[in-house]
Design a protein around this ligand. Structure first.
Ligand code: SAM
Length: 342
């Protein structure tokens, strides 16, 4: 692990203004091993975390602006509307840790709503994008300590301790607020979501709170449309996993021989995203050949949708009490404020 204090520069000539940067970017070997393991399964699959390099993060930002993609604008509007309540619930001088911070857009609403927030720590796997976004926040909020950690947020070791030494008075009680917007929790299967909730409860400590955005169950047409936009941005995002395999692992793949395939699996309550082979073909990763039959898919993402009762039940089983929940008038999206059950 590399820790840089106040010294890390994005282009060497310009200081980032970050109070720290911790680089735990997973090694390239992990990508190779996960690809080989995932594509060797009878049902070929890869983790959605591999969508996100600089290009994948930029494509995700474009998805967020799409007319079809209701979650982002709905969550932003909800956050804007609950600001005063959030500041009351969260109290003053919180240290905020965001998991999967992306472009750090939503955090601005939260930082503006909170009373004298002390610190913002952004965690994301997409290193360059994280640095750019966190640097921007540091410049916009010079009175707040801003740090960044490039890491896999499912790494239990990362979540098993406080991420950084506190800048606060040692005798003051620690007040950590986790922030996990974007319904990124929906990308975990329910068991992995529970593990994440248990680990964050440990990391955020006895006074910890977690503000979390969760996409809700709704009609299939609205859900399907959100993941099949007319401009093909979601398709390009999905295929970025192939682009990364070619660029970073030297894989031999004809990306045009795969098509974006996304549908709502009602039984499991999740959108599934796949790359479907349009013909019989082989792809090559190093020495390894992987055969795809026509119509066979590489499963790249799930996005689970939760009713209020389902999500509240899941969080309670992992030691979180629901302090508040907000939804929009159409019940498209929900935001929960959770506190630890002591
Ligand atoms: C669905 S996007 C949400 C981005 C942002 N929080 C928002 O609400 O718009 C998921 C974000 O989490 C990051 N991410 C995905 N998997 C990750 C992992 N395993 N560890 C750390 N970051 C991850 C991605 O790089 C991306 O920025």
């Amino acid at each position: 692990m590399n820790i840089h204090n106040n010294s890390l520069s994005h282009d060497e000539s310009e200081p980032t203004g970050l109070s720290f940067f911790i680089d735990r970017e997973p090694p390239q070997d992990d990508f190779l091993n996960d690809v080989i393991e995932g594509i060797s399964q009878p049902e070929k699959s890869l983790s959605p975390k591999y969508f996100y390099d600089q290009r994948g993060s930029a494509l995700f930002d474009q998805i967020c602006a799409l007319e079809e993609y209701y979650p982002t604008r709905t969550e932003l509007a909800l956050l804007n509307s609950i600001g005063p309540e959030l500041s009351e619930y969260a109290g003053a001088e919180s240290r905020v840790i965001e998991y999967g911070s992306g472009s750090s857009v939503k955090i601005k609403i939260l930082l503006d709503a909170l009373t004298r927030p002390a610190e913002y720590i952004a965690i994301d796997i997409s290193r360059d994008h994280l640095l750019r976004a966190a640097t921007f926040i540091a410049r916009q909020y010079p009175h707040i300590q801003v740090g960044a950690i490039c890491a896999d947020f499912t790494d239990a070791a990362l979540l098993s301790s406080r991420p950084v030494p506190s800048q606060e008075d040692e005798s003051a009680p620690e007040r950590l607020l986790g922030f996990f917007p974007g319904s990124t929790i929906g990308n975990f299967d329910p068991e992995a979501a529970q593990v994440f909730l248990r680990n964050t409860r440990r990391q955020l400590g006895p006074n910890g709170q977690l503000l979390i955005g969760v996409d809700m169950k709704k009609d299939t047409a609205t859900l399907t449309r959100a993941y099949n936009d007319a401009q093909g941005i979601t398709a390009a995002f999905n295929k970025n996993i192939l682009t990364r395999m070619k660029k970073e692992l030297g894989a031999d793949i004809d990306s045009d021989a795969f098509e974006h395939y996304a549908f709502y699996n009602e039984t499991l309550g999740r959108i599934e995203m796949h790359l479907k082979s349009i013909r019989d073909q082989s792809i090559f990763v190093g020495e390894n050949e992987f055969v795809f039959a026509e119509g066979e898919t590489l499963h790249t993402e799930n996005s689970y949708k939760y009713s209020i009762a389902e999500f509240t039940g899941m969080t309670a089983s992992m030691g979180w009490r629901r302090k508040a929940v907000w939804t929009d008038t159409q019940d498209l999206f929900s935001i929960y404020l959770l506190e630890t059950i002591s």
